[in-house]
Design a protein around this ligand. Structure first.
Ligand SMILES: Cc1cc2nc3c(=O)[nH]c(=O)nc-3n(C[C@H](O)[C@H](O)[C@H](O)COP(=O)(O)OP(=O)(O)OC[C@H]3O[C@@H](n4cnc5c(N)ncnc54)[C@H](O)[C@@H]3O)c2cc1C
Length: 374
């Protein structure tokens, strides 16, 4: 899944992310050091094809990177997750020069799907594309774009230009005239991920900026973006659980009651809570690994597994980090134990689209033979 030869490169990125994590969270600062380390290590081009200079790896490798980084800095992991999700579309439908830029680490990508109008229903943009001299004019109120002020271009959704269908995808350069990042991100968790709203007022892009066919956005979202994004997002949750369980185990083993001459770990209740957290984390990890195997192996249950894995890991991270807060006691409320940051970071996955509630609805529809949309 992840080549041995790239392990030292990933170790360097994880080290950079780990060093930066506390300040990234405290200052809501973009994890520039992580992105720079990924660029220098060649990991921004992880899933770019080898014929444009990338490593030519797939979903499993991207998930591995995101999970490893999420253990120490979920903000950094989310930035990498969105980069690989955008890259997957560009690899499928982008121009060779842009693909080469990504492979060389000179282009940070992201997704600009969610909108003020259709909110988490990302598959149904209400923003528009209309014919304009030299291409198309885009108007939109995007509600969340990770790396909004740092990505080189956004993989952007709109209503179709002229065709039937629900959406069309575009590659929109961040500095395009008419594009405005509306403020900065000051969220509960993933505080450095720079996920800001962006407005587009008559942003003109050339016809060549269209990614795939006019009206073909929905198929690209479901066929290309959903599997890799949902599995990386689950990987982020799995990494958060791993980090939280390790931090909690370390704390309870090292924390002593002087008057009793014992540690927190000597309390059976504490050990049982930790064990439950570990079991839940490993259940999620196992389902996630099976979902990756299902997609990479082209199994018939691949998409169902993708939906299940994101739902399970998103909810699992909420439960596991809450349990880790409990076992670390009042100390967990302070920064130095390291659990409260992961607890806050864990909250995002379940409301990132497709949200857990939507996933439960989709899985229920799949089980009962109903169409997923409509
Ligand atoms: C940190 C962070 C980073 C993000 N980065 C990006 C990004 O880079 N690009 C991007 O495009 N988007 C991004 N998003 C947006 C994300 O994917 C969702 O679109 C967004 O979180 C949805 O929030 P909302 O308030 O619009 O949800 P709403 O749509 O208002 O949902 C509110 C509640 O209703 C529930 N709900 C909605 N529909 C259904 C349904 N059919 N059945 C059952 N329950 C339902 C939801 O589960 C949720 O609990 C990001 C979000 C976060 C938090």
């Amino acid at each position: 899944m992840f080549p041995e030869s790239l392990v030292p490169s990933l170790d360097r990125v994880v080290a950079a992310a780990s060093t930066a994590a506390v300040a990234v969270d405290r200052d809501a600062a973009f994890p520039t050091a992580t992105v720079d380390a990924a660029r220098e290590a060649g990991l921004l081009g992880l899933i770019s094809a080898s014929d444009v200079g990338g490593h030519g790896l797939g979903i499993g490798a991207a998930c591995h990177v995101v999970e490893a980084i999420a253990r120490v800095c979920p903000t950094s992991a989310m930035v990498m997750c969105m980069h690989y999700a955008g890259t997957a579309v560009v690899e499928k439908a982008g121009s060779e020069p842009v693909r080469r830029e990504i492979a060389a680490g000179r282009h940070l990508s992201t997704l600009a799907f969610s909108e003020a109008g259709s909110r988490s229903h990302f598959w149904a943009p209400t923003s528009t594309a209309s014919a304009a001299a030299g291409g198309a004019s885009l108007d939109a109120r995007k509600s969340w774009i990770t790396s909004a002020s740092h990505a080189d271009a956004y993989v952007w959704s709109s209503r179709p230009l002229a065709a039937e269908g629900m959406s069309t995808l575009w590659l929109v350069p961040r500095g395009a005239p008419g594009l405005e990042v509306l403020g900065s991100y000051d969220g509960l968790g993933l505080r450095g991920n720079d996920s800001a709203p962006v407005a587009a007022n008559g942003v003109v892009v050339p016809a060549s900026a269209m990614l795939g066919a006019d009206g073909g956005g929905f198929d690209m979202m479901m066929g290309v973006v959903l599997p890799i994004f949902a599995l990386m997002n689950a990987g982020c949750s799995v990494g958060i659980m791993e980090g939280a369980v390790n931090a909690a185990a370390g704390h309870v083993a090292a924390t002593r009651y002087a008057h009793l001459g014992s540690s927190l770990a000597d309390l059976p209740t504490i050990r049982a809570y930790l064990a439950r957290a570990k079991v839940r984390a490993d259940q999620c990890r196992t389902l996630w690994a099976d979902a990756i195997a299902a997609v990479e192996g082209g199994r018939a249950d691949g998409m169902l597994r993708v939906l299940e894995a994101k739902a399970a890991a998103g909810e699992g991270a909420l439960e596991v980090t809450a349990t880790c807060m409990r076992v670390c006691g009042g100390a967990a409320y302070r920064k130095e134990v390291g659990v409260e940051r992961l607890f806050r970071d864990a909250q995002a996955a379940s409301v990132m689209a497709p949200t857990t509630d939507q996933l439960y609805d989709f899985i229920g529809k799949a089980l009962t033979g109903l169409p997923l949309f409509g």
